[in-house]
Design a protein around this ligand. Structure first.
Ligand code: KG4
Ligand code: ZN
Length: 344
């Protein structure tokens, strides 16, 4: 009888936005290689991601990223047990580069093609950070497209406890950055400015203390825009650092508060975070303090694994690999997937 191989190695491929990312992960937990080639500097010239530039950049970078990942891990395609790829959500043309590339690899090597949902990838980044992490736990998902509190009941069973009623928090960071004349991507630039600023501008704390686990960011965004426009109309100088700091406090405080409340209400002991905004230092500090106080275990993925990366796709791909949830050669990219469908 042939003995079943215990260890398995998955390659994760991510091209949903402006990062061409390829990583190799063992048993869903151990990162053997992790490469990211970003077109963010190129995109910054245009003040945001230009879909066509992203697709072209992926086409140029994807083979290089893959070769570099294999070299870093000292592996060949023979050692890879499956190819996990983000099929959605994201920019259609950008996704198609990764999907087509992964299909080629799967076809040529006769190894499984594993379709991965990008948002589930963000949730699974926590499994790379804490090798013993097991559901159930609460995840605070804060990315460019989503803001939600999710009850992760098992590796494959979720309940959305609440989400944004309008804009996502990352989107608000990017829009406020633009109004303040800060370049793309907005989040890290707001965070940098906020470090030297004071929380002195009165802004609404959206749905703080109400609205259950829901969030709302459009009112906060509008309040910042109105504040800046009023000062400009009066010919007064805008203190960018103070506005950035005040906005950051308003946007983040409510996230930390509601995430901790959810863990307590569900009587869990663990909170994880995922998505680009989880790289924000102020959010990380606020959650650390709140979780210490409430004796909640906090799993904070390294900043690199909060923003888009291939390792999180390989981690989620590993969960699907165990379930033998494979795609065939007709796999296609999907631009938009509602959160509840993503997590069903
Ligand atoms: O998860 P992500 O890389 O892509 C999506 O799946 O959306 O998230 C991107 C978002 C952007 O809105 C970006 O401004 C925000 O994450 N972001 C941050 C920080 N780093 C990235 N927001 C606040 N502070 C940061 N340090
Ligand atoms: Zn993302």
């Amino acid at each position: 009888m042939i003995k079943e191989k215990k260890d398995f190695i998955i390659m994760g491929i991510e091209t949903s936005c402006d990062d061409t990312a390829v990583a190799i992960v063992k048993n869903g937990r151990e990162i053997l290689a992790d490469k990211i080639i970003s077109s963010a500097t190129e995109q910054a010239k245009f003040g945001g991601v230009v879909p066509e530039i992203a697709s072209r950049a992926h086409t140029e970078a994807i083979l290089d990223a893959t070769k570099q990942a294999l070299k870093e891990s000292n592996l060949t395609f023979n050692d890879i047990d499956g190819f996990a790829v983000t099929y959605g959500a994201g920019l259609l043309g950008a996704l198609l580069v990764g999907v087509s590339f992964a299909k080629g690899l799967s076809y040529a090597t006769n190894k499984p093609l594993i379709p991965v949902n990008h948002i589930r990838g963000h949730i699974s980044a926590a499994y790379l950070q804490d090798k013993n992490l097991q559901p159930p736990f609460i995840t605070l998902l804060v990315s460019g497209g989503h803001t939600a509190i999710i009850d992760v009941k098992s590796y494959d069973e979720f309940e959305v406890l609440g989400g944004t009623l309008d804009d996502a928090v990352g989107e608000a960071f990017d829009k406020v950055a633009r109004v303040l004349g800060l370049s793309y991507p907005g989040g890290p630039n707001i965070e940098r400015e906020a470090k030297t600023g004071k929380n002195s501008v009165k802004l609404p704390k959206m749905l703080k203390g109400k609205g259950g686990y829901n969030f709302s960011y459009s009112g906060l965004k509008t309040a910042v825009i109105n504040h800046v426009h009023k000062l400009k109309q009066k010919g007064e100088e805008v203190n960018i650092a103070d506005v950035a700091c005040s906005f950051q406090c308003s946007a983040i405080d409510v996230l930390a508060l509601k995430a901790v409340k959810a863990v307590k209400e569900k009587k869990y002991n663990t909170l994880t975070i995922g998505g680009g905004v989880a790289a924000n230092g102020y959010l990380r500090e606020s959650l650390t303090k709140a979780c210490e106080k409430e004796k909640i275990k906090l799993v904070l993925p390294e900043k690199r694994y909060c923003t888009d990366n291939g390792a999180m796709i390989a981690a989620e791909g590993s969960i699907q690999f165990r379930k033998k949830n494979f795609a065939d050669i007709t796999l296609n990219a999907v631009a938009s997937i509602p959160l509840r469908e993503t997590l069903k």
